[in-house]
Write a protein that binds this ligand. Structure first.
Ligand code: FFO
Ligand code: GTP
Ligand code: MG
Length: 453
């Protein structure tokens, strides 16, 4: 299954820089090194000297590093030519490697080989891409934890417990006369319950990791003139959106990306919700609803001068009823500079209530703190790790299988069916670390990496 080609790519970003690195991996590395350097390099030694062209001419003077497999990043022989970082030189070195039998690597192909050669599991390989893509220190720290195996360790622990459980259940099936006693003695049920609890914990941490990687989407919704665009501007600290006292000012969906202490947030301003004969505004209202329906968090912004109510069902029942998940709602009472309301939030109510003035900025920090809380912000990065939606899907499928298994056990004490569910849960977990991952999915994952990684 392993690709025998020797691959090469630029490991540094394209363009000009102090140093540029061409990396080569595969069986022809020693041959290529000998041709380019004129001698066989010592393992893990920084050789300074000329890089030679086909005619023996000097293409560049640089540093060569040779890592013999399997103790290299890819697990294969690896050569690094660290030259002067200019596009012409880098291109020339790549062409030289190709002339000596390497081919240009696909995006992610070095990491893919590291995965195939068991240098990394799939979650760790994905963490490399997440580390490179991280746009905040918090995201980078999370990715580093996953790269160091934190997420994979949790998954392996779950798998180990499932295996233990499977051994027990399958033993029961092998002794049909005692099967009912075996499964009914409470031990299997207790073990299953414990694994489901652990899985739920890992799911919660992974959800937070995914949220911090992808950013939480926060939609600002409400009636025209509630101050939605003013709130967007207050959060982005810029005049991003047009604000006027004309109801129906915003028609398009406006998106801004901000960070709160490294937590990425997509803030989305929408058209004020109302029935309108205006064809353009109507489309705006439809788009607003589309955003509300897929939001991670919905801020229902109301004008605090208009009503004292803090229960959205009292303010606007039709709005609440249309929400796919009312637990994602926060009520924001705006314009407290005019209503005279205190900025003290009520975070223990359902929904939580924030009081602020989008124009003076009073109370906006309370909203930021609240949003950080919703994202599970902690001051330290301990115990956090990066995760992707793909991982959450796999965890959900595992949880689903275990719920089904628990039902089988409680209902029919059906050992065979429970065993089947345990196997399905284990397979789903195996997709995270790559033990059970279809080639097509692997291709998709590594294709999204950058060139040279
Ligand atoms: N010059 C350079 N810097 C780099 C990389 C690289 O490939 N080249 N990396 C590329 O991503 C990252 C470091 N990752 C690496 C991971 C493993 C090995 C490696 O040789 N591992 C061997 C030996 C380990 C040891 O000596 O302790 C092994 O795992 O067996 C090298 C780099 C970041 N910096
Ligand atoms: N006094 C006061 N006025 C505010 C506040 N927030 C917004 N306004 C005013 O309310 C009016 C409407 O503000 P916008 O931010 O455009 O309201 P919107 O909800 O985006 O309105 P549409 O885009 O029409 O749906 C403007 O005149 C703002 O200056 C506030 O906190 N206090
Ligand atoms: Mg607006």
């Amino acid at each position: 299954m392993l690709d025998q080609d020797t691959i090469t790519a630029l490991a540094t970003p394209p363009g000009r820089g102090g140093v540029g690195i061409v990396r080569v991996s595969g069986a022809r590395v020693t041959e290529i090194a000998r041709a380019v350097l004129g001698f066989a390099p010592k393992p893990r030694y920084a050789h300074y000297g000329p890089f030679l062209g086909e005619q023996g001419q000097v293409l560049d003077e640089g540093i060569a590093l040779f890592f013999p497999g399997p103790n290299s990043f890819t697990g294969e022989d690896v050569l690094e030519l660290q030259g002067h970082g200019g596009p012409v030189i880098m291109d020339w070195l790549l062409e030289r490697a190709v002339g000596l039998g390497a081919r240009l690597a696909r995006p992610g192909e070095f990491s893919e080989r590291a995965f195939m050669n068991d240098r990394l599991d799939l979650a760790q390989a994905e963490a490399i891409a997440d580390l490179i893509e991280a746009s905040s220190r918090a995201a980078a720290e999370n990715a580093m934890h996953s790269l160091q195996g934190e997420f994979s360790r949790h998954v392996h622990e779950l798998v180990d417990r499932l295996i233990e459980l499977r051994v027990y259940v399958e033993a029961a099936i092998d002794f049909p006369e005692e099967e009912i006693d075996f499964l009914g003695d409470g031990r299997v049920a207790a073990m299953l319950e414990a694994v489901r609890g652990n899985l739920a914990e890992v799911r919660a941490s992974a959800a937070q990791g995914a949220l911090m990687r992808e950013g939480m989407s926060v939609v600002i919704a409400g009636r025209p003139n509630a101050g939605k665009s003013s709130l967007l501007n207050a959060l982005t600290e810029q005049e991003t959106a047009i604000v006027t006292d004309i109801a129906g000012t915003t028609r398009d969906v406006l998106r801004e990306h901000i960070h709160l202490d490294g937590m990425p947030l997509h803030v989305i301003d929408t058209a004020g919700l109302r029935d309108t004969p205006d064809a353009v505004e109507k489309i705006g209202v439809q788009r607003a609803w589309a955003e509300i329906e897929k939001a991670d968090r919905v801020l229902l912004l109301v004008d605090s001068r208009e009503s004292d109510a803090t229960d959205p069902m009292a303010i606007w029942p039709e709005f609440v009823e249309r929400l796919p998940d009312p637990s994602k709602l926060t009520l924001v009472r705006n314009k407290i500079d005019e209503s005279g309301e205190s900025e003290t939030p009520d975070l223990s109510t359902t929904p939580p209530v924030i009081r602020l003035s989008a124009t003076t900025g009073t109370g906006v920090d309370n909203l930021k703190e609240h949003l950080k809380g919703v994202m599970g912000y902690q001051a330290t990065s301990e115990g956090r790790f990066s995760a992707r939606r793909r991982h959450l899907d796999a965890l959900d499928r595992a949880a689903h299988a275990l719920t089904h298994g628990a039902e089988q056990l409680a209902g029919a004490s059906a050992g065979e069916l429970l065993a089947e569910d345990l196997r399905a849960a284990q397979d789903a977990l195996g997709e995270i670390t790559g033990e059970f991952t279809a080639d097509a999915l692997l291709g998709e994952i590594f294709d999204s990496f950058c060139i040279g990684k």
